[in-house]
Design a binder for this molecule. Structure first.
Ligand code: DGY
Length: 323
């Protein structure tokens, strides 16, 4: 007899879905159509555990529903700003996330964006595919050198540290960071990373600014007209964290008016909508939230959720409990 009735809100890698089905009484979402708010609400009343992902908005109405059965929410994702954690706490619902397993792949995408925008990879690709390339010439499609430049990390969690490692040891970059909560001097020393006292300090000295903080009331909109104007005119902004850390209208304005040189973005304010005014710009390199999107990582994320759920179902503390 399977002890827990669970619902998975989106399609997951097959191997993980099969394992979930072996262990639990599992409802999958084979069609991968996002559940509506009402369907999520109903699911809270019909299952013991819910496994949502970063696109499901698990709000207070859903978490506070009457006759609730769900006591465990295992989010498929390291970020959990899609869940109202204060409400989960108030309602005594356990919430877990999937840290560590996606660190390298997300940092790799940040590297890809940094290199891609600096070296004009997208423009070059289009050029070749559209048969516009007429041959090598000394002034053709010149970009910006990355090696030995200054990388400023906003947030110094695992993904930022991985990016610092790759950039410092791979590209000989000088690493700065701004993170008022990060105090690990050993890590800073190992990565040769220097703490900035203020965000403005970091912005004014960096050639590349890469965002790695969670989306919270403190960080939402911290990149805006005011902070963008503190960046070098030659600098680039990279965002693999969350879209709403950046005021998107202000960023478009800064890119259009050459306040900064360019941006590499994997995340957006209102995904999957990307405004035409952003898509029409040449000085952006845009990806569709691919940070953790490798087969290895997405499977590892699924198994990480499964592991937390198994611990919970055996009355043990889940490893990645955030509430
Ligand atoms: C996360 O895990 O938070 C990402 O944004 C999805 O990989």
């Amino acid at each position: 007899m399977k002890n827990l009735k669970i619902i998975v809100t989106r399609k997951w890698p097959k191997v993980v879905e099969q394992k979930l089905q072996e262990i639990f009484d599992t409802t999958l979402n084979e069609d991968d159509i996002p559940l509506t708010e009402d369907q999520l609400f109903e699911a809270m009343q019909n299952y013991d555990a819910m496994l949502p992902t970063v696109t499901d908005n698990i709000n207070d109405r859903i978490l506070s529903c009457s006759n609730r059965k769900v006591n465990f929410i295992g989010n498929f994702g390291v970020g959990y700003n899609n869940i109202d954690v204060d409400s989960a706490k108030k309602n005594n619902i356990i919430v877990t996330n999937t840290p560590e397993v996606l660190t390298d792949c997300t940092a790799d995408i940040a590297m890809l964006l940094m290199l891609g925008i600096a070296r004009r990879a997208y423009e070059g690709e289009i050029h070749v595919r559209q048969n516009e390339w007429v041959g090598w010439r000394p002034t053709h499609m010149m970009g910006t050198k990355v090696t030995k430049k200054v990388l400023g990390l906003v947030g110094m969690g695992r993904i930022a540290q991985a990016m610092a490692r790759k950039s410092h040891f791979g590209f000989d970059m000088k690493i700065l960071f701004y993170d008022p909560y990060f105090k690990n001097e050993k890590i800073s020393k190992d990565l040769n990373a220097t703490a900035c006292r203020t965000l403005d300090d970091l912005l004014s000295q960096s050639d590349f600014v890469s965002l790695h903080c969670p989306s919270t009331t403190e960080t939402r909109g911290i990149i805006n007209n005011n902070t963008l104007s503190k960046m070098k005119k030659t600098a680039y902004l990279i965002n693999t964290a969350r879209g709403d850390i950046v005021n998107q209208i202000d960023l478009i304005n800064a890119l259009e008016n050459k306040i900064i040189k360019g941006a590499g973005l994997d995340v957006y304010e209102k995904e999957p909508n990307v405004p035409n005014s952003l898509k029409n710009l040449k000085n952006v390199f845009l990806l569709p939230h691919l940070g953790s999107a490798t087969e290895e990582t997405r499977e590892a994320m699924g198994f990480r959720v499964l592991n937390n759920l198994e611990l919970y179902s055996n009355n043990k503390p889940p490893l990645d409990r955030v509430v």
